[in-house]
Design a protein around this ligand. Structure first.
Ligand code: ARG
Length: 498
């Protein structure tokens, strides 16, 4: 019933501010009680203060253009909004939320006519529009950090095409690979994270404004005009859907949570590599111990790893809040929004830190090369070689497994050949080829299948990564510019009135 309260007729006594600091919009019907601060989102709404002013401006402009509000009144409201912006969120009068507080502030400045700004809308469509408006900027920042991270990973790959390193499965030495191949494995994952965020952006970028409480309005509004003024690509058509749906929030934090999960794997790898001495983190991305003077710890990456937990928790929290909510607006939605702000901030920061840590880390090439053959990691290559020379792969696997148990070298392979095949290894394969297969660098160079770690195969992956990065960058720039252009147009339109 609170929406109706904003449309109550004038009541002089309630209209005057009484010095209690309470807003005037809701008049005397709901002056607040013990639950007032529980109800209020005013503090958290600082995040959408600027957005709300922009939404107010677009709405008032449209009301004037449609002849619903006089140009003169529109001008007064728009002037008041500018002054309120200068004073800042902290100077707003008390209110249940930023929407109410701004309207109160406008009325305080220009009198009763200020209330005309809330014609043909409700806080329900207003807040949904503000969240989308602000979230666009935040998601763009998140997208930008994924691009920076991809750039860092591409550079690491570029510099380390031939830096041999051990590759693991089950955290056990598995097959030698290169630092470039490792870096590009994360670049591919982050590329998909960017794509998911760009897709989420497309669905955020729709205007719910003009849906009013949920049931539309009798006024002859122009929803497409406000959408255009706010830089939205289109409107959310159905007014009940527009004011009540928050799947755009869920989709966004799911995409962010997926990115955080990618980051957590990357962070974990680097923590392990740092532990082995494979990589040396820059001091800027390390921390020390307050008691153990020799310590250099990868704390930043441990925190990056932890953000995935927070993000997954937010997805769970938001899903649980939204699950089973009836149409149309319910106040539960007020608590839905904070999950998005917290997640987008934490994940963007984690992504930025991961990009910096990766870009500035030093790879210990000598140690990596030394360890690349650890745990008989060239065994698969040897089995492949035997199979390429006619042995069934399963038999080759058995032969090499036996050699692995008995010394994991050429001699052990010879002995195993005698044992498993009953004939010398040389009768099956050129000894030099076996020695090559046992060499980690040769082993890597020979795995040149599409997407493999051989420098040639990595060169193709690098090229594809660069092309994809430049395409996504163009997309990002274009989207950011469209937002800025819309902002400028709105300002020019407002300037005609103030
Ligand atoms: N502050 C609310 C929110 O964040 C918007 C207000 C809508 N309130 C209402 N009673 N209909 O969702």
């Amino acid at each position: 019933m609170t929406e109706e309260s904003a449309h109550d007729g004038p009541s002089e006594s309630a209209f005057a501010t009484d010095g209690s600091g309470e807003g005037v919009v809701r008049r005397d019907r709901f002056s607040g009680g013990p639950a007032r601060s529980f109800l209020s989102s005013l503090e958290a709404d600082e995040r959408i203060f600027e957005a709300d002013l922009e939404v107010d401006r677009a709405h008032v402009l449209m009301l004037a253009e449609q002849g619903i509000v006089d140009d003169d009144v529109a001008g007064q409201i728009l002037t008041a909004l500018d002054a309120i912006e200068v004073d800042g969120h902290g100077s707003l009068p008390d209110g249940e939320d930023v929407h109410e507080a701004i309207e109160t502030a406008v009325i305080e400045r220009i009198g009763e006519d200020g209330g005309k700004m809330h014609t043909a809308r409700s806080r329900n469509d207003e807040v949904a529009t503000c969240i989308r408006y602000r979230l666009r900027e935040d998601v763009l920042s998140a997208i930008e950090t994924t691009l920076a991270l991809r750039e860092s990973l591409i550079e690491v790959a570029e510099d380390n095409r031939e830096t041999i390193m051990p590759g693991y499965t089950h955290l056990q030495p598995a097959q030698p690979t290169t630092v470039a191949h490792w870096a590009l494995s994360y670049e591919g994952a982050v590329r998909r994270d960017t794509a998911r965020l760009l897709e989420a952006y497309g669905r955020i970028n729709r205007s719910p404004l003009g849906a009013a409480a949920f049931a539309g309005t009798t006024f002859d509004i122009d929803r497409e005009r406000t959408a255009e003024l706010l830089g939205f690509e289109d409107v959310v058509e159905n007014s009940m859907d527009a004011s009540s749906s928050r799947d755009f929030l869920l989709e966004t934090i799911q995409a962010l949570s997926t990115h955080a999960t990618t980051l957590s794997g990357l962070a974990e790898d680097v923590v392990i590599f740092a532990n082995r001495g494979f990589v040396d983190l820059d001091d800027d991305y390390s921390s020390t111990s307050s008691i153990m003077p020799q310590k250099k710890n990868p704390d930043t990456l441990e925190l990056v790893r932890a953000v995935a937990g927070d993000a997954a928790g937010a997805v769970q929290g938001l899903t649980t809040t939204l699950k089973g909510l009836p149409r149309a607006y319910n106040r539960d939605l007020q608590r839905a929004t904070t999950h998005a702000w917290e997640t987008v901030d934490a994940v963007t920061e984690a992504s930025e830190v991961a990009a910096g840590a990766v870009a500035t880390a030093d790879w210990n090439e000598d140690l990596l090369a030394e360890e690349a053959g650890e745990g008989f990691s060239t065994a698969t290559g040897v089995a492949d070689l035997l199979a390429a020379n006619g042995l069934p792969f399963r038999t080759a696997h058995e032969l090499v497994a036996e050699a692995a148990e008995n010394g994991a070298d050429y001699d052990a392979l010879e002995a195993a050949a005698e044992d498993v095949l009953g004939e010398p290894l040389e009768s099956l394969v050129d000894p030099e080829a076996v020695e090559d297969a046992l060499d980690p660098a040769e082993s890597v160079a020979s795995r040149d299948s599409q997407g493999g770690p051989a420098p040639d195969a990595v060169a193709d992956q690098l090229e594809a990564a660069r092309v994809a990065l430049s395409t996504d960058r163009d997309d990002f720039e274009e989207t950011s510019e469209a937002l800025e252009a819309a902002h400028d147009v709105l300002r020019e339109e407002v300037n005609d009135y103030v």
